[in-house]
Design a binder for this molecule. Structure first.
Ligand SMILES: [Zn+2]
Ligand SMILES: [Zn+2]
Length: 271
């Protein structure tokens, strides 16, 4: 299994608990020769009945992948059900994918050199009680740490599997212009942890002003519930608004953002 690039999250659906991942996780086939994302008009992908943690576009790919999937499957099947809190954490991390990414870009440019094959990034979050999925947590601080092996804990075993998959995906795979590597990021709250491989992006479109510390800008955006959305290389700011049972992204004008208390220098939002 390689790690897919996160597509944009613009609608946050309510959870059902039939699978062991968030309902807002993008559906993609984990068979390495496929890795296809589900198209909006396609029927739902099939979920592995044993671990309920991975999806396939067809039975053939599930069968072809079984030998490689089996160890991961057994590990996942032996774990407790993913809690609602963890699902919220996952949705939050996906909504703020670009804010976290912009923080990582600033770290790449201005921070101490980091060996991404050995280090992990820890984002420490605190619950806020807000019903808005983009404001359910606030970013308290972030740091880069050595990924020391503490073998035998369930988390370390999962991480080992994850590391193997990201390493494998690095060999022979062109990550695309501007992408340099994967960073393994932990989103840690009082009650649970969600982690994901975050593609490391470095190009001139990302605002990389030096803030000390490097996560101040994402921290500010997240604190205001600001969610970046992008298409065709252009990124717009917005917020999540409730529509029926879903939370939907809505673009915000400069005036809207100023009303939220965000300050500008030219067209750039600043702290
Ligand atoms: Zn497939
Ligand atoms: Zn499975």
């Amino acid at each position: 299994m390689s790690i897919p690039t996160d597509p944009q999250v613009t609608v946050v659906k309510r959870q059902n608990l039939k699978t062991n991942f968030s309902r807002n996780t993008p559906a993609f086939c984990v068979y390495p020769d496929c890795e296809r994302l589900r198209q909006p008009d396609e029927p739902p992908f099939k979920v592995c009945a044993s671990c309920r943690s991975v999806q396939y576009c067809c039975r053939e790919h599930q069968r072809a992948h079984w030998r490689d999937h089996k160890p991961f499957c057994q590990l996942k099947a032996s774990e407790p059900e993913m809690s609602v809190h963890t699902r919220e954490l996952e949705d939050f991390a996906r909504l703020h994918y670009r804010s976290f990414g912009m923080g990582l870009a600033a770290l790449l440019r201005h921070g101490e050199p980091v060996d991404w094959s050995k280090n992990v990034v820890i984002f420490e979050l605190a619950s806020t009680g807000s019903p808005d999925p983009a404001k359910r947590f606030k970013l308290v601080e972030a740091h880069v740490t050595e990924d020391e092996s503490h073998a035998n804990t369930p988390l370390e075993e999962k991480l080992a599997v994850y590391r193997r998959t990201t390493r494998a995906s690095r060999t022979g795979v062109d990550l695309g212009a501007g992408y340099i590597d994967y960073a393994i990021c932990f989103f840690v709250s009082e009650r649970s942890i969600f982690y994901a491989a975050h593609s490391m992006y470095q190009n001139e479109y990302y605002p990389c002003a030096r803030y000390d510390p490097w996560y101040i800008l994402p921290m500010t955006w997240i604190g205001h519930g600001l969610v970046w959305s992008s298409a065709n290389g252009v990124t717009w700011p917005g917020v999540m608004k409730k529509v029926g049972s879903k939370w939907v992204w809505k673009e915000q004008t400069k005036q809207d953002l100023q009303a939220l208390g965000l300050r500008f220098v030219g067209s750039n939002i600043v702290v």
